[in-house]
Design a protein. Sequence first.
Length: 229
Amino acid sequence: MSATTDAAELRELLGYVNNCWDEERRALSRQMHDSLGSSLTALTMHLGLLTSKLPPEPALLDRAAQMKNLLHNIIETNRAMQHKLWNDKLEFLGMRVALGELVAQFAAEQQMAARCSLPDDEPACPRAHRVVLLRVAEEGLRNVAAHARASNVEVIVDDMDDSITLMVKDDGIGPVDGATEPAHWQGCYGLRMLRERARFLGGSLSLAANGSRGSVLSVTLPKPPIPAN
């Protein structure tokens, strides 16, 4: 068996594993929402009813307030975990909303100027494409926060007839020595996995210098042909 065939089979296997992983994350997120989330909401209502029946003793009311705050923190943690596992907004509200909120949250958390340039209309591409685009945006922003020492970042989506491209640009320190070869990615398992996911869909992912300063992480995915009527 040739090396080319081996590489193709390995890429197909990685694509299958990633799709299975996505479905498991999606199922777990929904289970947390439907089971744990509803139980926590019911517990909040019961606690509120119980608190209203307590005698007006400061110690009891203070303990009830502490329990309410603790329960609120658990609910927010559960929501954050659900979101990290699977961003339902990508499916129910679309990629424009999911990316817009991702960039806005990044700007608030990192205290950094961040903006999103998106098409006027929701891009028409398969769910697998949207998942990879969102994952690339997440990984790009994560790397900017961890390594780039940037003050500005921009997420850009270019939706064309036959392909769709997402770029994460920053004005930070850029790739080490301007390196863009795979050797520069040793240890960058998040980027390497995303590159394989892009290749599985027939696309490509690259990391390059952004002019004289900063870097640009770019993924381009071809759109599947529209079936003839």
